[in-house]
Design a protein around this ligand. Structure first.
Ligand code: FAD
Ligand code: NAD
Length: 466
């Protein structure tokens, strides 16, 4: 039987990063993955394929709607070749997952394909093509998550679908009904809206992206409506039925009236649930919470002291970069180091266009905690860079402590916000004040000038260009 210092179960961004860091620290490491490709949800059916389709559909929309304004005439009809678009997405996925195979080899990590199940706290049985057993001094559970649904919905994977099927449709829906106005619903909704579908979003809460700052929800709602999305907030879905090639969704609106929607596809994107099926966690004495998450302490250690858990299967935001940080954290903890993660500084991004990105506290959170804060906000449309690229929507908002001027939260919506948020993370990591950021030179013309201007607005209400 092969013996390891560390076995990692699951090869998503949490698991494969943990395995690499363990190997870097000199530990003999194995990784177990039930699917034939490494990379988990993120690389196979999550972050990477969704961004590939967002990019392709964005190019199409630009060609149809914006090239003419830039003085580019395309003779003839511009058409979507969905089969080719989906094939390109798959080749991006294949290259990316292939890269993980390379990294495992480079770091001398043994890869086992099959479902990993605990026999006890130090032995794992792997059921793949053949059954194998390995011994591990330490184990890191990184089994991720799966789409969740509502009790009355039957996902048939043809017309009533999750994100996994939405990434490989064979036709552009005529009318896509999206249940859940969160990250997945809006990102994938925007892909098909750009490709020509009518898109109706049905959201239970009173605003889309309800966990983000309400200013971002409001602005994104405005922009998506301009893009001709239909958005129904405060709607409680009560039934979803497939009738032939149609899907009929019934919901109660705010006034309690029944609303009926008919579409040809319905994307159910109401969140994801932690995944522990087949793990046999009980055999190792590992506790699972009522919410289905693996229970961990502040060191991400389960109640079995040699078993740790990270990523979507534990508490916290279900984000690839959060899982990666936790992978490194646990590897270093096992190696006897004292690592640290500041969960307040894990940014959140929605890759719609304009992009939405945030880090730190929202206005709602600061109000709830009774923190005295000031706001500096700057509109993207006031920038030369925005006019040059015709990306006028959005703003940057900086929330700073009223007395110390320390930045407590940065919330932005606009072109390239996903990349710009990194500046806010750096500033907050070093506990910068709004004035610190306002005194740093930002290249002109760039979208990042909006951060400097918002910082100026927060410092002394002295933005220069509004
Ligand atoms: P996962 O990536 O879910 O990996 C878990 C792995 O464990 C899987 O490969 C699974 O097969 C394997 N496994 C499970 N049980 C066993 C077992 N018993 N034995 C062996 N193997 C097992 N996050 C972002 O930060 N940015 C984004 O842009 C983004 N976009 C997304 C888009 C979509 C459509 C979706 C669905 C998700 C997106 N996410 C995004 C979320 C991101 O994918 C997850 O947060 C991330 O993948 C979690 O990583 P993980 O390692 O915890 O688990
Ligand atoms: P989400 O939590 O972002 O959004 C779910 C939405 O569904 C929420 O707005 C919620 O209020 C709504 N909802 C819940 N129950 C409902 C009901 N009965 N009727 C109508 N609406 C209902 O979840 P998601 O969009 O499914 O994404 C799952 C996870 O994947 C998220 O945690 C997210 O972090 C991650 N993800 C991240 C990215 C990214 O980082 N860009 C992209 C995709 C997914």
């Amino acid at each position: 039987m092969n013996s390891y210092d560390v076995a990692v179960i699951g090869s998503g961004p949490g698991g494969y990063v943990a395995a690499i860091r363990c190997a870097q620290l000199g530990m003999k490491t194995a990784i177990i993955e039930k699917y034939s490709t490494l990379g988990g949800t993120c690389l196979n059916v999550g972050c990477i394929p969704s961004k590939a389709l967002l990019d392709s559909s964005h190019h199409y929309e630009d060609a149809v709607k914006h090239f003419e304004d830039h003085g580019i005439d395309i003779p003839g009809e511009i058409k979507v070749n969905l089969e080719k678009m989906v094939a390109r997405k798959q080749s991006v996925v294949d290259q990316t997952t292939g890269g993980i195979d390379f990294l495992m080899k480079k770091n001398n990590i043994d890869v086992y394909q099959g479902v990993g199940s605990f026999k006890d706290a130090t032995h794992i049985v792997i059921s793949g093509e053949k059954e194998e057993e390995i011994e591990a001094k330490n184990t890191i559970i990184a089994t991720g998550s799966k789409p969740s649904s509502l009790p009355f919905i039957s996902i048939d994977k043809e017309r009533v679908i999750t994100s996994t099927e939405a990434l490989k449709l064979k036709e552009v829906p005529k009318h896509l009904i999206v249940i859940g106005g969160g990250v997945i619903g809006l990102e994938l909704g925007q892909v098909y809206k750009r490709l020509g579908a009518e898109v109706t979003v049905v959201e239970y809460m009173d605003r889309i992206i309800p966990t983000m700052d309400s200013g971002l929800s409001k602005e994104l709602n405005k922009v998506l409506k301009k893009q001709k999305f239909t958005i129904n907030t405060s709607h409680k879905v009560k039934s979803v039925e497939r009738v032939g090639d149609e899907v009929v969704v019934k919901a109660d609106n705010k006034k309690g009236e029944e609303v009926e929607l008919r579409g040809d596809y319905c994307l159910v994107s109401v969140g994801r649930r932690p995944f522990t099926d087949g793990l046999n966690a009980e055999a190792a004495g590992v506790k699972i919470t009522d919410r289905g998450q693996i229970e961990v302490n502040d060191h991400l250690q389960t109640n079995a002291s040699n078993i740790y858990a990270i990523g979507d299967v534990v508490k916290g935001a279900m984000l690839a970069h959060k899982a990666e940080e936790e992978g490194v954290f646990v590897a270093e903890t096992i190696a006897g180091q004292k690592p640290h993660i500041d969960y307040n500084l894990i940014p959140g991004v929605v890759y719609t266009w304009p992009e939405v990105a945030a880090v730190g506290q929202t206005e709602e959170q600061l109000k709830d905690k009774g923190v005295a804060y000031k706001v500096g906000q700057f509109p993207m449309r006031a920038l030369g860079r925005s006019r040059a690229s015709m990306d006028l929507d959005g703003f940057v908002k900086i929330l700073a402590d009223k007395s110390t001027d320390e930045i407590l939260g940065v919330h932005m919506i606009g072109a390239r916000a996903a990349d710009m948020i990194a500046e806010a993370v750096v500033a907050m990591e070093y506990r910068a004040s709004a004035e610190d950021v306002s005194r740093m030179s930002h290249a002109h013309p760039t979208f990042t000038e909006a951060i400097k201007e918002a910082a100026l607005a927060a410092t002394d209400d002295r933005a220069l260009h509004v």
